[in-house]
Design a protein around this ligand. Structure first.
Ligand SMILES: [Zn+2]
Ligand SMILES: [Zn+2]
Length: 245
């Protein structure tokens, strides 16, 4: 389409549907962006954080160049690195629940942009594949979409690599919403099956999910991918539980 026609159409659409904050409806200048109030309510992880897993530290602490959280310092984190855009709290929960369970898929625009921002210091030239954490088919049929795929597609486009949604299958298990760390780890054990190992062998894979709670899902998926020959596994989520931050 010629540029002038595109620009006229854009103005007409913006006149009929003026840009509004997808969460509260306040007018904004660009389609899909949060308004200032919704933006500032989110606890963004923009201060010092663990160089490996991205765990946020209180900003008044003094840190050396590459600070590490106790878990990573003890060598207990499994992914090569993880980054998350914000902390899981009341404000981000108010976005996550409608996005995940009530069809508010238009939130994926600002959420994925925030995740790309969270990756700003990472060397993304080492990523070969972007892979959303798979959803069991039964859950996918019920929900109608995999929220992780909605977030992964713009990230794959932004870093110009392929998104892989068919190499790993997830078996159906109980919802982990109210489980403690140990129960989560037992419930997730053996849930992922790599069905196209030729796609992941020797690859460096960036996993994408909406929220990281204990990290059990990422760890289990990484184990399956490494068993199938993946070289490195990284992770990015919109928010993460960080009770001690
Ligand atoms: Zn708003
Ligand atoms: Zn860490």
């Amino acid at each position: 389409m010629v540029a002038w026609l595109k620009s006229i159409l854009k103005s007409v659409i913006e006149f009929i549907f003026p840009p509004a904050c997808p969460v509260c409806g306040t007018p904004v200048s660009i389609h899909g962006e949060l308004c200032a109030d919704c933006w500032t309510a989110i606890n963004w992880i923009d201060g010092p954080h663990c160089c490996r897993c991205g765990f946020p530290f209180a900003s008044h602490f003094e840190f050396e160049n590459m600070p590490m959280c106790p878990v990573c310092a003890a060598g207990k984190s499994e992914l090569d690195w993880i980054r998350c855009a914000c902390v899981y709290d009341d404000a981000s929960r108010n976005l996550m629940l409608p996005f995940k369970h009530c069809g508010k898929i238009n939130y994926s625009g600002f959420m994925s942009r925030a995740m790309i921002w969270a990756l700003r210091d990472m060397d993304l030239s080492t990523v070969d594949i972007v892979m959303p954490v798979p959803l069991a088919n039964k859950r996918l049929c019920f929900r109608g979409y995999n929220q992780a795929t909605l977030l992964a597609r713009p990230i794959a486009n932004a870093i110009n690599v392929k998104m892989d949604v068919d190499s790993v299958r997830r078996k159906y298990r109980d919802n982990m919403g109210h489980m403690n760390a140990r129960a989560r780890s037992e419930n997730i054990h053996g849930v992922f099956e790599v069905i196209k190992s030729e796609n992941v062998r020797g690859k460096r894979i960036l996993l994408v999910d909406d929220v990281m709670t204990t990290g059990a899902t990422f760890s289990e998926l990484r184990r399956a991918l490494v068993r199938a020959g993946a070289e490195s596994v990284y992770g990015v989520t919109f928010c993460r539980v960080a009770r001690c931050a």
